[in-house]
Design a protein around this ligand. Structure first.
Ligand SMILES: [Zn+2]
Length: 451
């Protein structure tokens, strides 16, 4: 079955209408049924869960409602690292023998030792079926030509291309091609959909223009999928990329620990529908771990409901955001998540929580500057401060001081605290235009922050 293209009515906007539009109460019944199975499966098969549930005095039978999950202990990235390779190659969080595993992806390791995420054949098929759902949701159909311009090496987003193939699209495995080569692909094969990171979508469009290719008229890209950074959900960033390409931008959100994409924009671009049939979402207070009501902002905690190779029970993602379960205009009933940023990236200035994504939203919205930026976080007199470096457009007649003052005022208005300094560079002076994820935050703090 998984090798065949799955035929759908191209005019139906849903990939799996029954699942996607299921009344939320019914979806919760499905979640409870799956949660019960998963907790039992994890307890019986993963040495770590057996031990941690026993220590916490909880048993699989304690799950009688979804709320009962709150009795179970959290796991974190540290749990993954500490149990990896322990007892067996795959480690104590894993619940299947190695011979049942057909694929592993790993995290980038940007915040420590990379962690690996194993999949059984069934896990992998469910993964790809979920990815097909997202591609269909953004309007991809069998007559589309799709360029998957994501890293294939170890990265969980690589195999997502199979989800596009399974719905019948013509797929081009772009990977991390040098931009000249990728532009050749876009020009020669005229693909209609591309997936890359938001910063790269911007850079690639600019590079095309410099090479004499107008992305709007010389290329045929109708939809741009982005993930890996928050730009796709920042309205000014989204609009800038859409205007550059003459295409519609859709934001996806994935985790190396689960799927390449776990959530995606629908046609309304208001939050990202998360696959609540696969992932049970809780929001908790970042300090106390206490559960917050839906709609409140906190740390997102995920429990995988189907992934057998390495179940994640109450995994604290480090992502700060909220879930909205009110109905979406598109008719899908799965909750929509809104991500503010990583807990690790958040910093506190004068008691205000500041996310780099908020700063980006302001910078991308201002006229006369390129939209490139660097954020420096530092301490002065034992207090956390931030400075922002930007680039002035070469045709901007304003003085650097005027640009700095304007930017500072806009940041203060939007975020609540103004930067200690705004440094203005000429166009291109920051060197932040990169091929992949751009490093835009320099953290020079030496004190320990307990957030
Ligand atoms: Zn929707």
């Amino acid at each position: 079955m998984s090798n065949a293209v799955i035929k759908r009515d191209v005019n139906n906007k849903f990939w799996d209408e029954e699942l996607e539009t299921m009344p939320h109460a019914k979806l919760e019944e499905l979640q409870l049924e799956r949660l019960k199975e998963m907790i039992k499966f994890a307890y019986e098969n993963a040495p770590y869960y057996k031990r941690s549930f026993d220590e916490a005095g909880v048993k699989p039978e304690d799950i009688k409602s979804l709320d009962d999950l709150a009795k179970f202990p959290f796991i974190t990235k540290i749990t993954q690292r500490e149990t990896q390779g322990k007892g067996s190659f795959l480690g104590e969080l894993c619940a299947v023998p190695e011979e049942d595993v057909i694929f592993i992806s790993t995290s980038s390791g940007s915040t420590g030792v990379p962690t690996m995420s194993p999949f059984t054949k069934e896990d992998f098929d469910e993964f790809q079926n979920t990815e097909s759902r997202w591609f269909w949701q953004v309007g991809m159909r069998p007559n589309d030509r799709y360029v998957h311009a994501l890293n294939f090496s170890l990265y969980v987003g690589g195999p997502d291309v199979i989800g596009a193939q399974n719905l019948g699209a013509l797929c081009i495995w772009g990977g991390t091609l040098p931009s000249e080569r990728l532009l050749f692909v876009l020009k020669t094969y005229q693909p209609t959909v591309i997936w890359t990171s938001p910063s790269y979508a911007w850079q690639l469009g600019e590079k095309a223009k410099k090479a004499g290719i107008d992305p709007k008229t010389d290329l045929n890209i109708k939809k741009i999928i982005v993930a890996g950074e928050l730009g796709g959900s920042i309205p000014a960033t989204r609009k800038a990329i859409e205007d550059l390409w003459g295409a519609e931008l859709y934001d996806f959100y994935g985790l190396s620990d689960i799927f390449g994409a776990c959530a995606a924009h629908c046609e309304y671009h208001d939050g990202l529908h998360i696959c609540e049939d696969q992932i049970y979402v809780e929001t908790v207070d970042i300090h106390t771990g206490e559960i917050l009501p839906p709609g409140e902002t906190g740390e997102l905690v995920y429990t995988t409901l189907r992934k057998k190779a390495r179940p994640l029970i109450r995994f604290r993602t480090g992502d700060i955001g909220r879930i909205d379960r009110t109905p979406c205009k598109c008719g899908r009933t799965h909750g929509r998540i809104y991500i503010n940023g990583r807990k690790d990236d958040m910093f506190i200035v004068s008691a205000v929580n500041v996310f780099p994504s908020d700063i980006e939203a302001v910078i991308r919205d201002l006229d006369g500057i390129t939209g490139e930026y660097l954020i420096r976080i530092f301490e002065k007199d034992l207090t956390c401060k931030y400075a922002v470096e930007i680039e002035k457009n070469s045709d901007n007649p304003e003085t650097d001081e005027e640009v700095a003052n304007k930017t500072s005022a806009a940041l203060k208005a939007r975020i609540g605290v103004k930067p200690a300094k705004v440094i203005v560079h000429p166009d291109g002076g920051l060197g932040t235009r990169s091929e992949h994820k751009s490093k835009r935050i320099i953290d020079e703090r030496t004190l320990t922050y307990n957030i």
